[in-house]
Design a protein around this ligand. Structure first.
Ligand code: NAI
Ligand code: 3PY
Length: 312
């Protein structure tokens, strides 16, 4: 079995050795411009069109959870990957735990008012504040997929009321489920901490805007863990000024790296990280890819295939 590999930043030689160990009998090579030799599978992140175009592959694996960048390239260059070739993405492979760490630590930070205490410290003020209760700290998660479900589980374990909003209803113990546009208002009304874990699609781009934020309780919080283009950044700043939002923690931005002139850098109630909420964990990813390729070779049903018409 021949596998081609392309990733602009990963340690390619390490991946090749680990993949060959995971899939005995396979030959994995780094794809380089001009390589038109046969391949059965391609493992990619931001691949050049030339790498995939015209190949008769059994499947392509994106080396991340979000497939928005490859799908947007495919809209421009449909010849790059015909619909008959399945595209897979990483399902969890260690990202669920990272998202849980991120979400739990930030929710607890806001819940225990560490942001307020930090502001008081700046003014040299020793002042115990009233405590928040869990009842007034409902967590609303947009996107109830692989990562949303893990985050929901971890916040439930900390005793917070948890609700999710997605395309279809979920029957998860102790989680209130809302679906579709018609239930968006009910979902937002009691949400105090809004966590975004939606995929980036034509339907979700710009979804966190003035109209949405305005439906939250006053003094709510936003945690964006998915994609920057989900948030209208000007309207987010407006919500921070008019009291709809008390704070925002952002891992992703409409432009990355975030330009130095963005006011988000300087806003005292915005905290941020540089798109590191959950990164690809090589060992887990290789185990998943190995298992999926072996399953495909045996003609079994496997999970993780992207629905290109849906966009995720
Ligand atoms: N910041 C980071 O480091 C990372 C960010 N991500 C982002 O997280 C996203 C989510 O990942 P997964 O949970 O694995 O995806 P998933 O495909 O398992 O889940 C997506 C969820 O969104 C819902 N959804 C999709 N379109 C919708 C719509 N129009 N209205 C309502 N609900 C809708 C689906 O029903 C599903 O519940 C990825 O697409 C990626 O963009 C993923 C990994 C790391
Ligand atoms: O896997 C993804 O989609 C990511 O955003 C990785 O950082």
């Amino acid at each position: 079995m021949e596998i081609i590999f392309y990733h602009p930043t990963f340690d390619t030689q390490w991946w090749i050795a680990a993949l060959e160990k995971q899939l005995p009998g396979s030959r994995v090579r780094e794809w380089k411009s001009g390589d038109n030799e046969h391949a059965d599978y391609a493992l990619v992140w931001h691949p050049p069109v030339e790498m995939l175009q015209g190949r008769e592959l059994k499947a392509v694996f994106a080396l991340g959870a979000g497939v928005d960048s490859i799908l947007s390239k495919l809209r421009e260059h449909p010849e790059m990957l015909p619909l008959s070739i399945p595209l897979f993405r990483l399902e969890d492979t260690g990202m669920g735990l990272q998202m849980q760490e991120y979400a739990v630590s930030q929710v607890l930070h806001w819940f225990r008012r560490f942001d307020d205490y930090q502001a008081l410290k700046q003014e040299t003020r020793w002042e115990p504040l009233p405590e928040f209760t869990r009842e007034e700290f409902t967590i609303g998660i947009m996107g109830a997929g692989v990562l949303g479900s893990k985050v929901a589980e971890s916040l439930l374990a900390w005793g917070f009321p948890v609700r999710v909003w997605s395309r279809s209803h979920k029957d998860w113990p102790n989680v209130q489920s809302f679906a579709g546009e018609s239930e968006m208002g009910d979902f937002l009304r009691e949400t105090r901490v809004l966590i975004n874990l939606l995929p980036n699609t034509a339907e979700t781009v710009g979804i966190i805007n003035h109209a949405l934020l305005n439906q939250l309780q006053d003094q709510s919080y936003l945690l964006n863990l998915a994609r920057g283009v989900h948030v209208n950044e000007d309207e987010l700043l407006r919500a921070l000024e008019n009291g709809k939002l008390k704070g925002a923690m952002l891992d992703v931005f409409s432009r990355e790296p975030l330009p130095v002139e963005s006011p988000l850098w300087r806003h005292p109630r915005v905290t941020m990280t540089p798109h590191i909420a959950a990164v690809t964990r090589p060992q887990e990813a290789i185990a998943y890819i190995g298992k999926t390729i072996s399953g495909l070779e045996r003609g079994e049903t496997v999970t993780g295939q992207v629905d290109r018409s849906r966009g995720y």
